[in-house]
Design a protein around this ligand. Structure first.
Ligand SMILES: Cc1cc2nc3c(=O)[nH]c(=O)nc-3n(C[C@H](O)[C@H](O)[C@H](O)COP(=O)(O)OP(=O)(O)OC[C@H]3O[C@@H](n4cnc5c(N)ncnc54)[C@H](O)[C@@H]3O)c2cc1C
Length: 490
């Protein structure tokens, strides 16, 4: 082999028909040139860019924000780094092969410890009940075997017990369409009581069990279930909590991973560049950003959430199911407030578990325990419709509302809350939600077709997942998009 061959030559050798472009100048008619332009510097975009760049392609990654990482966001909270406070992803599943591999190659340390959540009690109709009291409590209106299952675990209990899916990609099979029905209807079919439906609705990150497809829940649970299997906890415990006990965390915060991936790509990553147009023609593609900069390339990968891509003009326009999915895919919500705890420990004052799940206006109250056992931080989550209600308030009102609700729910908390940080995924203009969702009927209509390459445009991002969940699904999707480009150029 010619020892002067570079990895870039190898990419172009693999790319066959692209060989001429390797001779093209870096700027063409005022547009900076690359082989592949990647939109979005979340894990999906960064993984696509890293793989292509590793094979010798010249890539450019355009990111709208002034930071990389997207939904991996570790806030800088001065003296509270030990708590593992995250606005976005925190748990690295033990089966996340791509995330773990990248961490190893980039010298990122993983560990257990951070982000431990104190045990839960339950606020039902404004009254508190402990896990031990739950099966026999008069507040528990579920029936039969359901009574043994904690409110946090009810959805997982039914979706794990009655899942028709055996393989991770079963949700994409044509026969799975019969499960593309509202969660409410699916739960009824498997015999869940009205109270299970009500409690499930109160804990949902999507607006309602009536407009969320059961496929979406089944898909999420089959993967989480395999992660939860190792914990040794009873099936009556929440499977996401069980999975979290086996999970790892990135030392120094999740954001260290996308930062390290971006650092390896060097000046190929451009911050503050919000894609506004994608124009494709026979010989290539031009991306124009909001500030008028133009980039040309052979291919483009959109690793943007569909909530963001729907604001980008694409020519030739998308059609059919793909256009509809980009335009209409619903996104769930998670509104977060973090408080520092002052004074006498509230959980010692009333003797109840410190964290809470609630069927009231707040969804979850999680007391985070620091690496050395410190118990100073409370994370409050408004999920689904509750999060949307909180997000509609102006900043002062939402903090006042949440403190009022917390004190009503748990009188021992009165006077002990000092606001640390507020984060709303719905309000963030580049993402507009915490994760993709499907209304009934949408998964079976869209999931297969919406990720097919359109002209020179390829799709990545957690919403285009196939087998994985969370961070790993973003990595999986970036890898798929990179391989698609390699395949069509080979
Ligand atoms: C609250 C929360 C908790 C989570 N917890 C976990 C967890 O514990 N474990 C886990 O595995 N996963 C978790 N996840 C999921 C995980 O964070 C995501 O699946 C993953 O980070 C998504 O990556 P992505 O690249 O698909 O999208 P994103 O990270 O959203 O990246 C998209 C990027 O595109 C950019 N962008 C948008 N519009 C434009 C434009 N026009 N031009 C250029 N750039 C643009 C955005 O700014 C963003 O940086 C969590 C997510 C949230 C929100």
């Amino acid at each position: 082999m010619n020892s002067n061959l570079t990895r870039r030559d190898l990419f172009h050798a693999a790319a066959g028909g692209l060989a001429l472009t390797s001779l093209a100048p870096r700027t063409l008619f005022g547009a900076e040139r690359a082989d592949v332009i990647v939109l979005g510097a979340g894990l999906a975009g960064l993984n696509a860019a890293s793989i292509l760049s590793g094979l010798g392609a010249r890539v450019l990654v355009l990111e709208a924000q002034e930071r990389v990482g997207g939904r991996c966001h570790t806030p800088e909270l001065a003296d509270l780094q030990d708590y593992g406070i995250e606005f976005g992803a925190s748990q690295v599943g033990t089966e996340y092969a791509r995330v773990l591999d990248n961490c190893e190659r980039l010298g990122i340390e993983l560990g257990q410890g951070a982000h431990i959540v104190a045990p839960y009690c339950f606020s039902i109709g404004g009254r508190l009940v402990t896990p031990e009291q739950w099966p026999t409590s008069p507040l528990n209106k579920t029936v039969g075997e359901e009574r043994e299952v904690l409110p946090t675990a009810l959805t997982g209990y039914f979706f794990s017990k009655y899942t028709p899916f055996r393989e991770l990609d079963d949700w994409l099979a044509p026969w799975a369409a019969e499960h593309d029905i509202p969660v409410a209807e699916w739960l009824r079919r498997v015999g869940a009581s009205d109270e299970v439906l009500r409690l499930t609705n109160e804990g949902l990150i999507s607006p309602s069990i009536h407009d969320l497809s059961a496929i979406r829940s089944l898909q999420e649970h089959i993967r989480a279930n395999t992660q939860a299997e190792d914990t040794g906890d009873a099936a009556t415990q929440d499977i996401f909590e069980r999975a979290s006990r086996a999970a790892l965390h990135i030392k120094g915060g999740t954001q260290r991973l996308p930062e390290a991936m971006a650092a390896k790509l060097g000046d190929a990553v451009r911050l503050g560049e919000q894609a506004a147009r994608i124009d494709m023609h026979d010989r290539g593609v031009t991306v124009t950003t909001m500030n008028g900069a133009r980039y040309s390339g052979d291919f483009v990968v959109s690793a943007l959430p569909f909530t963001a891509l729907r604001r980008v003009t694409i020519t030739p326009a998308l059609g059919g199911a793909q256009a509809q999915a980009v335009r209409e895919m619903p996104y769930a919500n998670n509104s977060q407030l973090f408080f520092r705890l002052k004074g006498e420990p509230y959980w010692e004052k009333d003797g109840l578990p410190a964290s809470m799940w609630s069927d009231g206006p707040l969804s979850l109250v999680r007391q985070q325990i620091g690496n050395a056992g410190e118990r100073e931080v409370l994370e409050v989550l408004g999920l689904g419709y509750k999060g949307d209600r909180i997000d509609q308030m102006d900043d002062d009102d939402r903090v006042a509302f949440v403190i009022r609700e917390l004190e009503r729910m748990r009188p021992s908390l009165a006077g002990s809350l000092e606001l640390l940080a507020v984060n709303s995924w719905r309000r963030l203009p580049w993402i507009n939600g915490c994760s993709h969702s499907y209304h009934p009927g949408q998964a079976s209509r869209w999931a297969v077709d919406m990720i097919k390459p359109h002209a020179r445009l390829h799709f990545a991002g957690e919403h285009t997942r196939r087998l994985e969940i969370g961070m790993e699904s973003a990595m999986e999707s970036g890898e798929r998009a990179a391989l698609e480009i390699l395949e069509r150029t080979g």
